[in-house]
Design a protein around this ligand. Structure first.
Ligand code: HEC
Ligand code: HEC
Ligand code: HEC
Ligand code: HEC
Ligand code: HEC
Length: 227
């Protein structure tokens, strides 16, 4: 501010009502700002779709460790879409009732499953893995290429509750798209858990492995995933 523009009196710069600023700030605006800040931090730092470890509570205490691990059910028994569709799908209550109409028929842990069955209302499972709408992802292309569930979802067969094993962000997608051969296996092994690096090395040396390595070409250009 130049000399000439010096205000005629102090009140021009600091009108009287400014004395109330501390009051307004601490009394009204302060708490609002603080609450907004806390909400923001809460939102951005709470586990979400790209945060490894995000493990929401599910309506039914369904355990993959029991069903996929100990009982040895194949993933595709329930996730019927993985091979042919973009979505893997979460099974309908019917799939559970294939067994639970005979097994543990009065377990309180299965009350919601029975209710869902009787009332013909789907169980509201909480979604864990989600890519945003502007990014295109489909399961079938990955499964057909011989990428195992475990490369992207971790050891589901050891999880009592499913949590996010990988971040699902763009860098993560691209890391694999640049070097897909480190994640290939025979198509017959896509649902196998605990597939080892030694097994992979052996596979990649076979004719089938070499062919697989040569035929895959995951997109790295933007429009491959942002269509
Ligand atoms: C008996 C049926 C059944 C089998 C077998 C099964 N699942 Fe699931 N899966 C479910 C149900 C029900 C849910 C939803 C509840 C939950 O997240 O636990 C689910 C959820 C998931 C999710 C998280 C879905 C989301 O919301 O993002 C993944 C990933 C998954 N399963 C992978 C697998 C893999 C890999 C296997 C094989 C090792 C497998 N499942 C075997 C029933 C099954
Ligand atoms: C192939 C058969 C089969 C299918 C399909 C199946 N289960 Fe099970 N489930 C079992 C067996 C076996 C047990 C263990 C029973 C025991 O502990 O004696 C079990 C146990 C459970 C338990 C624990 C019950 C308790 O009281 O401890 C829950 C909860 C459960 N299953 C939920 C589900 C849900 C939800 C689905 C569908 C997504 C499902 N199951 C599909 C066979 C099955
Ligand atoms: C290349 C990585 C990758 C592989 C391999 C993969 N998934 Fe997924 N999966 C994802 C992503 C990413 C999502 C989130 C999809 C979305 O938001 O549309 C997801 C979501 C899911 C879901 C939630 C329902 C859905 O389709 O959105 C289930 C269940 C699931 N996967 C099971 C499986 C099973 C079972 C296999 C192996 C047969 C498998 N996935 C292999 C990356 C993968
Ligand atoms: C573990 C390795 C791996 C990860 C992680 C992975 N991909 Fe892929 N992706 C592949 C392979 C392998 C192919 C198959 C390429 C082929 O068949 O030529 C593929 C193919 C694709 C294709 C082409 C499919 C088509 O039909 O044209 C798209 C799109 C794609 N991936 C998107 C994604 C997105 C989005 C993510 C992250 C959310 C992701 N991928 C994570 C390995 C991976
Ligand atoms: C292999 C698949 C894939 C390719 C190739 C890809 N993206 Fe993405 N991109 C994604 C996924 C998945 C997300 C969502 C990430 C998330 O949820 O954090 C994303 C998010 C974004 C975002 C949102 C901001 C961010 O970082 O989350 C921008 C901008 C973007 N991509 C631009 C690009 C551009 C530009 C290219 C080409 C140079 C490109 N993408 C190539 C998968 C891809």
């Amino acid at each position: 501010m130049s000399e000439k523009e010096t205000p005629p009196n102090e009140n021009w710069v600091f009108p009287k009502w400014h004395n109330k600023i501390p009051l307004i700030f601490f009394g009204v605006i302060g708490p609002v700002v603080t609450i907004t800040a806390i909400a923001g931090v809460w939102y951005y730092f709470s586990p979400k779709f790209t945060d490894v470890g995000y493990t929401p509570e599910q309506p039914v205490p369904y355990s993959h460790r029991l069903h996929a691990g100990e009982l040895g059910l194949d993933c595709r028994y329930c996730h019927t879409g993985v091979e042919k569709a973009s979505s893997a799908r979460v099974p309908p209550t019917q799939t559970c009732m294939n067994c639970h109409s005979q097994i543990k028929t009065d377990s309180p842990k299965l009350r919601l499953v029975r209710e869902s069955w009787i009332e013909n209302k789907p169980i509201e499972w909480v979604k864990i893995h989600k890519t945003p709408d502007y990014a295109y992802f489909e399961h079938s292309a990955h499964i057909q290429a011989g990428v195992g569930c475990e490369s992207c979802h971790g050891r589901i067969d050891q999880m009592v509750e499913v949590g996010l094993a990988e971040p699902l962000n763009m860098g993560w997608c691209l890391d694999c798209h640049r070097e897909p051969e480190n994640h290939l296996r025979p198509k017959s092994e896509v649902t196998t858990m605990g597939y080892t690096d030694a097994q992979r090395t052996e596979f990649l040396a076979t004719a089938e492995g070499k062919a697989a390595k040569e035929s895959v070409n995951p997109p790295q250009h933007c429009s491959g995933c942002h269509r």
